[in-house]
Design a protein around this ligand. Structure first.
Ligand code: PRX
Length: 632
């Protein structure tokens, strides 16, 4: 299954296009199935209806755990590095992880969870988070992991959307020098969540928490009541494995649904290939399991391949900006997979944090989540890879389940800021606004995918129509990614960023509509418009134009109040970087906000605003430009 030469890549790619069923059927043979499929693929992008490995039975945890026990049971599966470097790190071998997953799976059963139930997980980056995820999969329950930075309201919305029965959380989390009261946040969320029957609480920071009789139980107590034998539930390849909520350009976040068989094959295949993983190597992905990168490339991908995956609780700059390099040196990390925003942030500290650090174990570097600018690419290459480690700039999305366009380490010649070429099985196509294919090289367009791949989303939870509208209706018979893309003279792909109203802030995906809704909930705010602007470290910053005639005290204080509202409604990750109070917004006669103008203002480039003749009140634009100049 592993590609070892560029020639092989070309051959595999060709085969995957000419005969996709044979190609994926062969890849899937590298996994363990209880019962084989009778059909590799049936699909229809119009409905959409996509089925991979139809009729096959499996349990993903048997692939991630059981099948490694005999040969590599004593090999480390997870190395946990705590937030505080003074604390001991923890290594769980495959045997230990298997035992703990089975035990916790029995805890879930004891608390009423069964196949098909939805379970919300809101936890710190500790081994028990991976254990909770795998325990859900073990019993066939559907996990919905929520990133620890989301607010009580965001959690409640997600829990209610998928009617979760059980919540798994911890008393609190460490994040650098801060402590986050997870259970308090969950308590606030659960006031409005009638479907939740049980809440299992892990002790981590041991801060005082309220435990509600009949609903809340301690993780540590529960595991004492069960044994560690848990036969894996037999799942259909197309049974739901997990839901992960993500932002779009309209409305509330959608629950992207991934299924057991296709997702497993795709996460495992892409992990083994993109990172050129070799047995015994230590692989470190710095993402949080609350995002898709953590699902696919901390948990399922690496473990399905018997790899050793580092799980890091902390942040790159705590206690010092040397922390990543300390972790690399301590655990002799061979592959480091991180985000451009982290690279840019660490780059800003200069060379000092790197002095005396032994990074010689590094063999492969990876980047994900946002476009990587050339400066950051070169710094990563020279300072961290010492010019010897290939950089895989991996483009993909929550919806794609796994990496789509990326170099294959040691195989594909790289080019700074290019995600390079599609992986075997992926058929990208660039289209213009009218959906016409843009052929040839040296062209730009909207990135679509014209053929299914095993890891693709199947639906959005509880609302199939929304899935259809969002991804399959913009251009008939194509999956639309929402990204703009350049294909250069060599046929290499560079992702240029979103073409819809979705922002990418520090690699986090945030819908402008969501932020606007949150701001509009603030007392006194009449209306708001949110756009992104280039930000040196975050990639994009959030710029909010707000009509707020009823200031409560000073403007600066009101801005802080608004930030507090956004933090309450969504979470701190969605806080605008800049707020500009205005008396009106540039609208067309039909009432549509001309975001193009606001983007220009936010970028600080108002020399050419384009056609403004359809504006209802052009004077508003001048006022906004003047006000923006005064804003720091
Ligand atoms: O705009 C693209 C950007 O991140 C979006 C997907 O965000 P999310 O679903 O949160 O998943 C992030 C982790 C896979 C994409 O639509 N993006 C992701 N990777 C890259 C990227 N943009 C440029 N280059 C990348 N390598």
């Amino acid at each position: 299954m592993q590609i070892t030469s560029f020639k092989q890549y070309e051959e595999d790619f060709k085969k995957s296009v000419e005969n996709p069923e044979q190609f994926w059927g062969e890849v899937a043979q590298n996994f363990q199935w209880r019962k084989p499929w009778f059909k590799v693929l049936s699909w229809n992008f119009e409905a959409p209806e996509i089925k991979w490995f139809e009729g096959a039975k499996l349990n993903i945890t048997e692939n991630c755990l059981d099948r490694h026990l005999e040969k590599s049971g004593d090999q480390p599966a997870i190395i946990w590095e705590p937030n505080n470097p003074e604390e001991e790190s923890v290594t769980l071998t495959y045997k230990m992880l298997h035992e703990r997953v089975c035990r916790f799976a029995n805890v879930l059963k004891r608390n009423g969870a069964k196949k098909g139930d939805r379970i919300c997980i809101y936890m710190p980056m500790v081994p028990e988070l991976a254990i909770a995820v795998l325990a859900c999969a073990r019993i066939g329950a559907v996990h919905s992991v929520i990133f620890g930075g989301f607010s009580a309201k965001s959690i409640a919305d997600r829990i209610n959307d998928s009617q979760c029965k059980v919540v798994i959380t911890a008393d609190g989390a460490y994040r650098g020098s801060k402590q986050i009261p997870l259970k308090d946040v969950i308590d606030d969320a659960l006031i409005g969540c009638p479907t939740v029957e049980k809440c299992i609480v892990l002790t981590h920071v041991r801060t005082p928490v309220s435990m509600l009789k009949g609903r809340d139980v301690w993780w540590e107590d529960e595991v004492k009541h069960v044994n560690d034998i848990c036969e894996a539930e037999e799942m259909d390849a197309e049974d739901m494995l997990f839901i992960l909520y993500t932002s779009g350009s309209t409305g509330k976040p959608k629950g992207v649904v991934h299924t057991c068989g296709g997702y497993m094959v795709y996460a495992g295949y892409t992990f083994a290939n993109v990172f050129n993983y070799q047995p015994g190597e230590v692989y470190f992905c710095t993402a949080d399991i609350g995002w898709i990168t953590g699902h696919s490339y901390i948990v399922y991908g690496p473990l399905s391949q018997g790899a050793t995956s580092v799980l890091f609780e902390g942040i790159p700059t705590y206690p010092t900006p040397s922390r990543f390099w300390d972790v690399v040196e301590k655990h002799k990390v061979n592959t480091l997979y991180t985000a451009p925003t982290a690279i840019r942030s660490l780059m800003s500290y200069g060379d000092e944090p790197l002095e005396g650090k032994d990074l010689s174990s590094i063999r492969v570097l990876g980047s994900v989540g946002e476009p990587i600018n050339e400066e950051a690419w070169h710094w990563f290459d020279e300072k961290i890879g010492k010019g010897k480690a290939p950089i895989v700039d991996t483009w993909w999305q929550t919806e794609t389940g796994g990496i789509m366009i990326s170099p294959i380490a040691t195989v594909t010649p790289t080019k700074p800021s290019f995600a390079t070429l599609p992986l075997p099985g992926i058929q990208p196509i660039l289209v213009d606004e009218n959906g016409q294919e843009i052929v040839g090289n040296g062209v730009m367009g909207n990135l679509c995918i014209k053929f299914p791949w095993p890891g693709m989303l199947r639906t959005t939870y509880g609302d199939h129509e929304r899935c259809k509208q969002t991804y399959f209706s913009t251009y008939p018979n194509l999956y639309f990614t929402g990204d703009g893309c350049l294909r250069d003279e060599d046929g290499y792909y560079r992702i240029t960023g979103r073409v819809d109203d979705v922002l990418n802030v520090s690699g986090h995906r945030i819908g402008t509509a969501e932020v606007e809704n949150a701001i509009n909930m603030h007392a006194g705010v009449v209306e708001s418009a949110v756009v992104g602007y280039p930000h040196d470290v975050k990639g994009q910053g959030i710029y909010a134009f707000v009509i707020n005639p009823e200031m409560h005290g000073e403007a600066e204080l009101t801005k802080k109040d608004i930030l507090q509202t956004v933090t309450r409604v969504i979470g701190a990750i969605a806080k605008p970087d800049k707020i500009l109070f205005v008396s009106g917004l540039p609208k067309t006669r039909s009432g549509k906000i001309m975001r193009r103008i606001l983007r220009k203002v936010a970028e600080g480039d108002t020399s050419n605003l384009g056609d403004t003749s359809t504006l209802l009140d052009p004077a508003v634009v001048d006022e906004i430009i003047e006000a923006a100049k005064a804003l720091k």
